[in-house]
Design a protein around this ligand. Structure first.
Ligand SMILES: Nc1ncnc2c1ncn2[C@@H]1O[C@H](COP(=O)(O)OP(=O)(O)OP(=O)(O)O)[C@@H](O)[C@H]1O
Length: 200
C-alpha cells in the first residue's frame, strides 16, 4: 500500500528528458519532502503522480491500482496559486462543497470564517482562498495529497498554524503527503524523509 512511481520518464519536447528512470514512493501516513533546484521537475513529477499528465515511460500505482480516469482522484494536488484551482464564477460555499460536505470542526481547524462562504473568490486573499483548497482536498476518499509550495504565500505564523492542522488531519486519517518546497527548513521540520529530484 503506497503511492508509487516506477521508472518514470517524461519530456515536454522530444528527447529532452525532464525525468529519467525516477522511482518514488510515499506510504500512507508518511510525509515525504520533494526538493531540488528550480526547473528540475518537481511540479512535473507532482502532476504525474496526481494523474494529471501521463509519463512517456514507467507507471504510477495508488495502493496497487493503476489510477482510473473520471472517478474521484485519490491523489489530490494543492497548488501554490489557489486562484488557478478555483472557479471564479462560484461562490466560496460552492467551491468548498464541490465534492463533499466538510464538518464545522475542519472549517475551524483552518479558521475559515462563516462570512467568507457567501463571497466570490476575488473577494478573498490568496491565503484565505488557499484554506478552502486545502479543506477541499481533504475529501474522505483522499489517500494521498501533494502540496506544491502550498503555503509559500503565507506569513510565518499562519504557515505554521496551517501545517499543524493539515498534518494532524493527515496523520489521523493515514493520508500520505508529498511536500514540494524550496524551503529546506520547512522540509527538515515536517518531513519524515526527503527525495531529491534529479539525483537518483
Ligand atoms: N508545459 C511545458 N512545456 C515545456 N516545458 C515545460 C513545461 N512545463 C515545464 N517545463 C520545463 O520542464 C522543466 C521542469 O519544470 P517543473 O515546473 O517541473 O520544475 P520545478 O522543479 O517544479 O521548478 P520550480 O522549482 O522552479 O517550480 C523546466 O525546465 C521547465 O522549463
Amino acid at each position: 500500500m503506497s503511492l508509487i512511481g516506477e521508472n518514470l520518464g517524461y519530456y515536454y519536447h522530444k528527447d529532452r528528458w525532464i525525468l529519467k528512470d525516477t522511482n518514488i514512493s510515499v506510504a500512507p501516513g508518511e510525509v515525504l519532502g520533494l526538493s531540488g533546484y528550480s526547473g528540475c521537475g518537481k511540479t512535473t513529477l507532482s502532476r504525474i503522480l496526481a494523474g494529471y499528465i501521463a509519463p512517456q515511460r514507467g507507471r504510477v500505482t495508488v495502493d496497487d491500482q493503476v489510477m482510473e480516469r473520471h472517478t474521484f482522484r485519490p491523489v489530490q494536488l494543492i497548488y501554490q496559486h489557489p486562484e488557478k484551482a478555483i472557479n471564479p464564477k462560484w461562490r466560496m460555499r460552492d467551491v468548498l462543497t464541490e465534492s463533499y460536505a466538510p464538518s464545522q470542526e475542519i472549517l475551524d481547524a483552518f479558521e475559515i470564517r462563516e462570512e467568507w462562504l457567501s463571497r466570490w473568490p476575488v473577494e478573498l486573499s490568496g491565503g484565505e482562498k488557499q484554506r478552502f483548497c486545502i479543506v477541499r482536498a481533504l475529501n474522505p476518499a483522499t489517500r494521498y495529497i501533494i502540496a506544491d509550495e502550498m503555503t509559500t504565500m503565507l506569513d510565518a505564523i499562519t504557515q505554521a498554524k496551517i501545517w499543524h492542522s493539515f498534518l494532524n488531519i493527515c496523520k489521523n486519517r493515514d493520508i500520505g503527503v508529498i511536500v514540494v518546497s524550496h524551503e529546506t527548513s520547512l522540509l527538515n521540520r515536517i518531513c519524515d524523509r526527503i527525495f531529491k529530484v534529479g539525483e537518483q
